[in-house]
Design a protein around this ligand. Structure first.
Ligand code: ATP
Length: 699
């Protein structure tokens, strides 16, 4: 890989394309990105590509960014391509002259629709009329037309656009990526973070003609020391990431970058905005209360019930207009008209506008008792009328991010919470605050009581949040030993004067890092910890994708058992097998699973190229579901490729005693657990175990 050669190649592109960037240019970037699993190389490829557009055709950057991030608009815009697999198959047959059998043979061989298009295009007989090259802007506009055509005749319109795109694709690679784009599975590593890093760096080097911001000449950057350059990169990346976390819409970010580059002003021009959801702050995992106390020792924190519902971000402007967004930034205003109707009552005197966050939980209207998540999941997913609501909910609010025109993100949690609780009006069983208890690590007895009371009312555990910003080092009082698993048998070893030097060094380094209690969108920090109810020895669960099955034995002969499950690799788009599971399923579930993945149904597919597993299951499932799985612990595995390369060069990770808990109806496969996360859990498990690394082998 030679970045400068690639940049020169890209530049020569303008000679043939008269300033309107061709789709071939983007395809070339996809091919290069796809050829490597190195994040650095993928970033380099994108930086080079973006720089050529910045200097030669800035108007193609925005459509290119959407296409490269496998989307056409932000999640809350509710625009969907809505193309079924049959529409793509029909177009492939028509444009590439394939018979139904020919198409099936290609699908059986390749699995991925894009790979099928690649092969079909390669085999296509010579066409006399060479189509005009596809343009980046043109492809994006075609997708927008597909997403926005509604009503009678819209299916035909969409079909015509799909066929035209396939017809105009010039080479086999263009066909591959057009089809992958249409099925919204690009399978390159240009996901959100990679793209944000690439944008930040590209605008450090290049600017459009006439833009007012400064770029560093290349020769000047080349003379910098490695760490000076790293600092310049990291500042720009932090600004771009922070802007996107507060205002996750490329339609606003890209024009701002073209105008002012990755400067501090970006956060003012493209920051927290009413009716645009910010990306939520996330909690870090802890094994149990002991670990939580160790992490937060010497600090004041708040323990809160961790309710089992759906996260909601509520925006209300000065005119009283309300928007409600989900954890994944989808618009839910129509789903919760009952919450919308509460807003005028909860808005206390002196509140003009606000953004608050809380957990929506199904409750018994009379008693206020919390009901399980499954009850909430039964509620209609889309727009409902107030009168048709069957499942009552209560919003348990836990944070306030914006008030009366002012972002509160930089305020301490104590201040934000005080504003929330003093200004808003509680309505019993409809709107209230999360149940909480302020504490410090000395209060271990009462924290354990609080934790128990949370689990008794069917909460998932507790969230523990730092109350104040820390400016300097704090005293390290040894925490009282405590375990959620067994209160009689403390698992934590309190510090004694004979602490080993290694532990001392570890502690010193953790003392050096002051923790902040500010609201940090899109970050998973140690200032928000979650402590969940224990399952076996692991308190975490994983959200895995069922990808294959075997014929069951004996009593289970009629069903698929065991079932192979996978984690996601967001870098490569691959699904990496992590474990086989045959525990936790009821007979009823087995039967419905067999019905869903019945022989001959479209839900069974031939071996997909994008699932990484070397064994031979009897059938492959079309990946479409997310299952919540419990497990005893994570092990290094010579058989399963999950997270390979992250903790060991030649071994992946697997689970011991995996157990099915339920289907995550609220999650799509894009939200399933990633290999990175699994590796993080493995490391945490290693830190906990005596001697650290290298938990035993998979059983
Ligand atoms: P992630 O941490 O990625 O959100 P997840 O969606 O599986 O993972 P958990 O890790 O189980 O969720 O926990 C975080 C979620 O807990 C929040 O997103 C929120 O929906 C919910 N929650 C319930 N009670 C609280 C609370 N008091 N404070 C913050 N979050 C809460």
């Amino acid at each position: 890989f030679d970045a400068s050669q690639y940049a020169a190649e890209l530049r020569s592109h303008w000679a043939d394309n008269g300033g309107d960037a061709s789709y071939a240019l983007l395809t070339r970037a996809f091919v290069l990105a796809n050829a490597t699993s190195s994040r650095i190389k993928i970033v380099d490829t994108l930086v080079n590509f973006l720089r050529v557009l910045i200097e030669g055709d800035p108007s193609s950057i925005l459509p290119a960014v959407w296409l490269a991030t496998n989307s056409i608009s932000p999640p809350y815009d509710e625009l969907e391509l809505g193309l079924g697999g049959s529409s793509i198959s029909k177009a492939l047959k028509k444009i590439y002259g394939l018979s139904s059998q020919g198409l099936k043979t290609l699908y059986d061989k390749h699995g991925d629709a894009g790979d099928v298009a690649f092969e079909a295009k390669k085999r296509q007989s010579f066409t006399l009329v060479k189509p005009k090259p596809l343009r980046i802007k043109g492809v994006y506009h075609s997708l927008m037309k597909i997403a926005t055509s509604k009503g009678t005749g819209s299916q035909e319109t969409k079909q015509r656009i799909v066929e035209k795109l396939l017809q105009d694709a010039r080479g086999a690679e263009e066909s591959r990526y057009i089809v992958r784009t249409l099925v919204q599975n690009l399978r390159i590593g240009a996901v959100k973070t990679t793209m944000l890093i690439a944008l930040a760096r590209a605008f450090l080097y290049s600017k459009p003609a006439g833009a007012g911001f400064e770029v560093r000449p290349l020769d000047q950057l080349a003379r910098l020391k490695k760490d000076e350059l790293a600092e310049i990169y990291s500042n720009a990346e932090e600004i771009v990431k922070a802007s996107y976390a507060r205002h996750p819409d490329y339609n606003d970010l890209v024009p701002c970058l073209l105008d002012i580059g990755p400067t501090d002003e970006l956060l003012i021009r493209c920051g927290l905005t009413m009716h645009i959801p910010l990306r939520p702050m996330l909690g870090s995992i802890t094994r149990d209360l002991s670990e939580m106390l160790t992490k937060l020792q010497g600090r004041d924190f708040s323990c809160e019930y961790k309710y089992d519902g759906q996260r909601a971000q509520v925006h209300c402007d000065e005119q009283g207009k309300v928007s409600i967004f989900s954890r994944h930034l989808e618009l839910m205003t129509g789903k919760y008209p009952d919450l919308v109707s509460l807003v005028p009552q909860i808005r206390g005197e002196g509140i003009s506008s606000f953004i608050l966050e809380g957990e929506v939980v199904a409750v018994d209207r009379e008693t206020g008792d919390l009901l399980p998540f499954q009850v909430l999941a039964n509620r209609a997913k889309k727009n409902v009328e107030l009168g048709d609501i069957k499942v009552n909910v209560c919003l348990f609010s836990f944070d306030l991010m914006y008030l009366n025109g002012e972002p509160l993100l930089d305020r301490s949690f104590r201040e934000r919470r005080e504003l929330l609780r003093s200004l808003f009006v509680e309505i019993p069983n409809l709107f209230t605050w999360v149940k909480s208890m302020d504490a410090s690590s000395a209060d271990s007895e009462s924290i354990l009581e609080f934790f128990k009371s949370a689990t008794e009312v069917k909460c998932e555990g507790i969230m523990v949040k730092l109350l104040d910003n820390e400016t300097n080092t704090t005293t390290n009082q040894p925490p009282t030993s405590l375990s959620t698993t067994d209160t009689e048998q403390p698992v934590h070893q309190s510090e004694t004067p004979t602490t080993k030097p290694k532990e001392k060094a570890k502690e010193k380094s953790s003392r050096r890092k002051p923790l902040l209690s500010t609201y940090e969108p899109d970050k998973r920090l140690e200032s928000w910890l979650k402590v969940k109810k224990d399952y076996s020895s692991s308190s975490e669960t994983l959200d895995l994708i069922p990808v294959a099955g075997w014929h069951g034995q004996g009593r289970k002969a009629k069903w698929w058992s065991p079932i192979l499950l996978a984690v996601r690799n967001p870098e490569t788009g691959t699904l990496e097998a992590v474990t086989k599971c045959m525990s936790g399923f009821t007979d009823k579930f087995y039967a419905s699973n067999k019905e869903k993945y019945a022989p001959g149904s479209a839900n069974l597919i031939s071996r997909p190229s994008y699932v990484d597993y070397h064994g031979e299951p009897d059938v492959w499932f079309e990946p479409q579901e997310v299952w919540e799985m419990a497990f005893a612990d994570i092990t290094l595995s010579p058989t399963y490729p999950a997270a390979i390369g992250l903790v060991s060069e030649d071994r992946g990770l697997s689970l011991r005693f995996p157990r099915f808990l339920g289907v995550r109806e609220d999650k799509s496969i894009d939200e399933a657990t990633t290999g990175d996360y699994l590796a993080l859990l493995w490391r945490k498990q290693g830190e906990r175990a005596a001697g650290g690394e290298g938990e035993g082998e998979e059983e």
